[in-house]
Design a protein around this ligand. Structure first.
Ligand code: HEM
Length: 208
């Protein structure tokens, strides 16, 4: 007989930090774009409707205020992921062969999704966004306090290079978000468990 039960897919620390992060990210992007517009690195600026803060001072205030929230949230997520075994259990193992196999299946839209198990492409994307998250924070700190944190700024190639590092890390995170949202739209049943934590699972009850 087949019965349905509710299985825990995402624990609450992952869900809480994920949704706080998803709320904070747009504020960081939009206030960051307003700061960029005041002194563009490239021959383009972001449209005013996509920015936050109204003027440079307001944008910096938003960027720094939300940064502290994001930093605390990110540290809690990282510590939880490391010490609970979440990263080891759910983000590993990861091999070039598995990435090649799952990527080939994904582009042919033939990649199966098993709730609670990330495929190699997802694992790679999650590791990638974690690295970009660390990089965006370090380069942000370096350009915020280039004198006090001159060692860090030097490590990143100096103030001017750190600005480019910050910009490209932001762009990488933005690309991740676009792909991430596209995958959620393609496989919408992944969304409810990220909110409630649980998913329905059909089980074959052998004893019945
Ligand atoms: C804005 C920046 C975002 C970042 C950086 C991000 C990052 C992540 C990461 C790292 C995970 C893996 C979590 C873990 O198991 O530890 C994840 C999972 C997930 N995220 Fe996001 N996320 C973002 C926004 C969103 C948004 C806006 C949505 C939906 C509207 C969303 C939906 C999901 C879902 C459904 C999963 C679980 C996927 C699955 O079970 O296969 N995320 N996200």
């Amino acid at each position: 007989m087949t019965t349905s039960r509710r299985r825990l897919v995402h624990r609450w620390p992952v869900r809480l930090t994920h949704w706080l992060n998803a709320l904070a990210m747009p504020c960081m992007f939009m206030s960051g774009w307003a700061i960029y517009n005041a002194s563009p690195l490239f021959p383009f600026t972001f449209p005013a409707w996509a920015t936050l803060g109204g003027w440079l001072g307001g944008a910096i205030a938003w960027h720094l205020a939300v940064f502290w929230l994001l930093l605390a949230n990110g540290l809690i997520y990282l510590l939880y992921g490391l010490f609970s075994g979440h990263f080891r259990r759910d983000f590993l193992p990861l091999s070039p062969r598995a990435i090649g196999r799952d990527f080939a299946a994904a582009v042919r839209l033939r990649l199966g999704h098993h709730l609670g198990t990330y495929n190699a492409v997802q694992r790679l994307l999650y590791w990638g966004v974690l690295v970009l998250g660390v990089l965006v924070v370090l380069s942000g700190l370096a350009i915020w306090k280039p004198v006090q944190l001159q060692g860090l700024a030097a490590l990143l190639g100096g103030f001017d290079t750190a600005r480019y590092v910050h910009f490209f890390a932001m762009a990488g995170i933005g690309a991740f978000v676009v792909v991430h949202l596209a995958l959620v739209i393609l496989v919408p049943r992944t969304l409810p468990p990220m909110i409630t934590g649980r998913a329905h699972e059909e089980v074959n009850d052998e004893s019945a």
